[in-house]
Design a binder for this molecule. Structure first.
Ligand SMILES: [Zn+2]
Length: 374
């Protein structure tokens, strides 16, 4: 079952405290937009926030019993979070609350959609380390969006409000955005929308401007390592390596974990080991040439002058600060090797840092080394 309390969100103090303030305040915007890099906890936070909004002992508590024969009001729980114990909290945590709806990208045939969605929700419910992964062209499907929009005409089934979580909301069609916008702008609506995206710029400005934005930041390397060790049962050495490779994304660390990173690394090192130092030194010479070229050095001053055209081309695409930063990383690796400070780990965390600067939103290279492209 997913982690589903605002108080338990990992390493997002600003977002968590903002959301708890919103829950405690009891006044809700029609739509919230959680944005930030992939795999940093936006989806988990969306579920935790939804649960807090539905909690029968918290923000979802009725002002008075709904009808003459209804049970008396439950005792009050925490004002700024889900209680975690009431029937609404239990249903929300198992993704089975009738007033909590999810939209997320799906691929495949139209006739299989219901089954695909049900399977995804089941996997999410059962696997505490579940990572949403989509095919490149997966999208939030129009028919599923329309199903949800049709429901909005009716009162919520059980709760005082309805919550719709739209995961990766940047994967929608134009006409879906228009329909979504209309729903979001509905005055006095009893629905709270929670949208998440790792590609904020791909959402239409009309949607962005109608949502209350909440920013999520990359996770610390140590946070990811600790999570892997404590919650995912990953061995310490492997967890450290994954933390260094993850570029602040827990989802990325969990996906890399499936690929047996230590084995991959050992294979890579077996190939590299004898030549490792030499390779790094050659890279240093190359970077120094780039730096010289940046400062207008003549051909005769370049060490690798037989590759002058390539050097000029690469130098034009990198600024001097970036070149110096890469040189520093290589220096660090060399120092670590000389000092015998777990050189393999030093190398990989160095590579991860060099590569980290080049990660596009939503795309993760499988091997950091593959991005070492200068
Ligand atoms: Zn509750």
């Amino acid at each position: 079952m997913p982690t589903v309390k605002l108080a338990e969100l990992i390493d997002q103090p600003a977002a968590a405290s903002f959301l708890r303030g919103v829950v405690a305040g009891g006044r809700f915007a029609n739509a919230y937009l959680f944005h930030g890099a992939p795999g940093v906890g936006k989806g988990t936070a969306a579920l935790a926030f939804a649960r807090a909004l539905l909690c029968e002992r918290g923000a979802g508590r009725r002002a008075e019993p709904a009808g003459l024969f209804d049970a008396p009001l439950p005792a009050a729980g925490p004002a700024d979070d889900a209680c975690g114990e009431c029937p609404a909290c239990l249903k929300a945590a198992s993704l089975q609350h009738p007033d909590l709806r999810f939209l997320f990208p799906v691929s495949g045939e139209e006739r299989d959609l219901d089954e695909t969605v049900a399977e995804t929700l089941a996997a999410w419910r059962e696997d505490p380390l579940f990572v949403f992964a989509y095919e490149k062209f997966a999208s939030i499907r129009l028919s599923l969006t329309h199903d949800v929009l049709r429901e909005l005409a009716f009162k919520p089934f059980e709760a005082v409000r309805r919550v719709v979580v739209v995961r990766d909301a940047d994967r929608m069609r134009e006409d879906e955005y228009s329909a979504l916008l209309k729903a979001i702008e509905e005055p006095g609506a009893s629905t709270v929308w929670v949208l998440t995206t790792a590609r904020l710029h791909r959402l239409p400005a009309t949607i962005r401007s109608r949502c209350q934005r909440v920013r999520f930041t990359p996770l610390a390397e140590t946070t990811i390592t600790a999570f892997l060790e404590r919650r995912a049962g990953t061995a310490a050495g492997e967890a450290r390596l994954l933390g260094a490779l993850a570029s602040g994304s827990l989802a990325r660390a969990l996906m890399l974990r499936e690929q047996r990173p230590l084995e991959l690394r050992n294979q890579a090192l077996a190939l590299l080991d004898p030549a490792l130092r030499g390779i790094i030194e050659v890279h240093e010479l190359w970077l120094r040439d780039l730096l010289r070229a940046r400062y207008g050095a003549a051909r005769a001053e370049l060490v690798n002058r037989d590759r002058e055209a390539e050097i000029r081309r690469q130098a034009a695409s990198l600024d001097a600060r970036e070149i110096r930063r890469r040189l520093m990383v290589l220096e660090e690796i060399l120092r670590a090797i000389e000092g015998n400070v777990s050189p393999d780990l030093a190398l990989f965390s160095g590579l991860a840092r060099v590569a980290g600067q080049h990660l596009g939103e939503g795309e993760w290279p499988l091997h950091a080394a593959g991005r070492w492209d200068y």
